[in-house]
Design a binder for this molecule. Sequence first.
Ligand code: BTN
Length: 278
Amino acid sequence: MSSTPELPGGPSPEGLTADGIQEGLETKRLGRRVHVYPELASTNRTAHALAEAGEPEGTVVIAETQTRGQGRLGRQWVSPANLNLYISFILRPRLEPEESAKITLLAAVAVADTLKDRVPCAPRIKWPNDVLLRGRKAAGILSELACEPGRTLFVIVGIGLNLNFPRAFMSPDIRERATSVMEEAGAPVDRLRVTRSLVRNLENRYIELEERGFASIARSWNAYARMEGRWVRARTADEELVGRVRKLDGNGFLVLECGDGRTERVVSGDVFLMEGAP
Ligand code: BTN
């Protein structure tokens, strides 16, 4: 019978601080303001409230633990203290509200950029924005849009990244599907360095989107996702599709070939990889 050991308590030797994150950061747009809290209900909730109160673009909100970490589809994001990274960014992109999914896809690329030199395996993006290491989830992204008709006010990009979370400390149901950078790298990682690297990578990808457009981001997303040619089952709000992935296109749609020459575009919903043709 398996049981979940207690998590180690107390502050971590390299606790996250605003000064520590900003030291040598050298970003222009993201991370000029950093708020670190010992505990929050959810960094996305606090970032949302700060954005509504006028906090500028690029502000970062971090918590060492979350009591109500939010995942996609109403799920909970398990957020033990002092081990991982729970971070939300306030962005005010010049995009139509319908285009905001591009920001989430871009964030997944930035997370994969951050992990690729820290683990021996190649990080993979799983539609739309999970980042997996050897088939197990190491990071998840929850973006929230605030808009008026035809105008994006802000987007909160919330990223949960399992860093020094031992799989032995995960509950059995999570342990099946999840991992951490420490587990894959074989040694604990410096959370300050990873945080700085993520802020820089997100800024670089954000500027790439502005300067070169989403097609450039989509090329990197496709390279990390390696989904081309794979058979998938896609569950959207109103239908279930089976098809072969062509690619993520320059608009942020996953293009599927669904037989008899029919092409479908998936913008949201879950996509499950199939072993082969149906
Ligand atoms: C997912 O379900 O995969 C998305 C998980 C997103 C979790 C992060 S942790 C930081 C931020 N604050 C939250 O409440 N959620 C996101």
